[in-house]
Design a binder for this molecule. Structure first.
Ligand SMILES: [Fe+2]
Length: 488
């Protein structure tokens, strides 16, 4: 395993944290590092993860390799003979042929000044060597994903001059963008319908439909109005361009423009656009957190009505999370499952105290009211789009594996996996907690009962995973089977 020399603090700084995209299949990585040991260990580690690695011993060698080969990422040390990592990064960013190549600085220096310097010379991330074993993998993934986002951008070039279209297309493609072209506004509108661009570069003076009309149409179509629109036109059109700018055009380029300047403008606008989308995403996440805080208060209020179920939702969520970790579920799913488990009984909020807290036996009518809580809970949460994937847990946590549960009498694996897992944790916590009419039973007795209802009331695989984490009874086969279910 890769173990770089330790330093006193651990620092990992990453920019561009877009992570909605899958990593490219077999990324080509250039490692620039003067220590043969670190270079080799790092290469082996990355190759094991399916990356193609090329090694260079110093900045100059790295620069030569970057200019003569195609890479997806450079990981560079700082202190190296001949050419250091900062100089290498600066040179990479200076050269039009390589400047879109992301660079991760991997250094044992991790003061604020070092990190700042790394970003000043254009690095995408700065990882300290001491935190590399833990952080480098995820940093590589994030940087590559961000790079992939850049490459996935489609730019539409609209100009009636074939020469201009050709030149602009060539420069943008060289910088890694995908390009679609059109000879006038009308043609561009037809193309937009099939290939929605992330940015439009348009001339003003064109036949059939000019740039001004084209821009107006685009801005009046709700689906297209957020596409950054850049006007490119001759010197004489400056006043028109200024007016268009005040009407929502993102930027303008005066012909004859430098193609470098054009690429930089496009890159800037797109990264700004991505940032805005990211901010929007963060805002939504913030709203969801607030919403969850509200729901958690409701759960607390629900449980406050009944001293016997206080903390039940938290305990169920905790147990389910342990099962999920054990099964190798990914962190995002575990987080969602945990929220679902915390909210599984939210529908009980609508059940009167006289029934919910009744110490004696429930009448059939009372029991049917209790049985409505999965449906009521689903109804409460279904209006929130981000809660949709949690609804099957809320709705089906009282289904039985033999089909005799409620509300839908689902049987076996027709019951969603997360709901089957929650049912096991729910049953265990209910058995071991005190109730108005009985004391909570000891752990071993509860585990015996769980084993007895394995395959009838509860999902056998989920029970085995549960028993393994609680009792450590070694039901390895079940965990393997469940992992397969998760992977599938
Ligand atoms: Fe329940």
């Amino acid at each position: 395993m890769f173990r770089p020399p330790a330093s006193k603090t651990t620092v990992t700084v990453v920019r561009n944290r877009e992570s909605e995209f899958h990593m490219m299949e077999s990324p080509r990585i250039l490692i620039v590092e003067d220590s043969a040991v670190v270079r080799t260990l790092l290469s082996q580690r990355l190759e094991k993860q399916g990356m193609q690695v090329t090694q260079a011993e110093n900045g100059r060698e790295g620069l030569a390799a970057a200019l003569s080969n195609t890479f997806d990422l450079i990981i560079s040390d700082v202190d190296m003979p001949v050419m250091d990592g900062f100089t290498l990064c600066r040179e990479i960013k200076r050269n039009p042929a390589t400047r879109r190549l992301p660079v991760i600085i991997l250094s044992s220096h991790d003061t604020e000044g070092d990190i700042d310097r790394g970003f000043q010379v254009g690095a995408s991330a700065y990882v300290s060597k001491s935190s590399a074993p833990k952080e480098l993998g995820s940093t590589i993934k994030r940087v590559l994903e961000s790079y992939q986002v850049h490459r996935s951008h489609l730019v539409m070039v609209v100009d009636d001059s074939l020469t201009v279209r050709g030149m602009v297309r060539k420069s943008l493609e060289k910088a890694g963008f995908r390009v679609v072209t059109a000879g006038n506004g009308k043609e561009a509108l037809e193309r937009i319908a099939t290939s929605r661009p992330d940015l439009i570069l348009s001339d003003i003076d064109m036949p059939v439909m000019n740039g001004i009309e084209f821009c107006k149409v685009v801005q009046n179509i709700p689906d297209y109005k957020d596409i950054p629109f850049v006007v490119m036109s001759a010197n004489g059109d400056r006043s028109i361009m200024r007016r268009m700018l005040s009407q929502g055009v993102a930027s303008f380029l005066v012909k004859p423009f430098n193609l470098e300047q054009l690429v930089i403008t496009v890159e800037k606008l797109l990264s700004h656009h991505v940032l805005l989308m990211l901010k929007d995403k963060q805002r939504l996440e913030g709203e969801q957190r607030l919403f969850l805080a509200g729901i958690t208060s409701l759960i607390t209020a629900l449980e406050a009505r009944d001293q016997y179920t206080r903390g039940h939702s938290e305990s169920v969520a905790d147990l389910v999370c342990k099962m999920a970790h054990h099964m190798g579920m990914d962190e995002t799913d575990i987080e969602s499952l945990s929220t679902a488990a915390r909210l599984h009984d939210i529908g009980k909020i609508g059940i009167p105290d006289s029934i919910l807290l009744k110490p004696g036996r429930l009448t059939d009518e009372e029991f049917s009211i209790i049985k409505s809580h999965p449906t009521v809970g689903t109804r409460i949460l279904q209006v929130i789009p981000s809660m949709r994937e949690l609804l099957p847990v809320i709705l089906h946590h009282h289904e039985r594996f033999d089909g005799r549960g409620y509300p839908d009498g689902l049987r076996g694996k027709k019951i969603p996996l997360w709901a089957r897992m929650t049912a096991v944790a729910d049953t265990y916590d209910a058995l071991t907690s005190d109730r108005p009419y009985r004391k909570g039973m000891p752990r071993d007795r509860a585990l015996n009962i769980i084993s007895e209802v394995r395959g009838s009331q509860l999902c056998p695989d989920s029970v085995d995973v549960f028993l393994e984490i609680i009792a450590g009874n070694g039901a390895e086969h079940a965990v393997t089977a469940m992992r397969r279910t998760v992977e599938a």
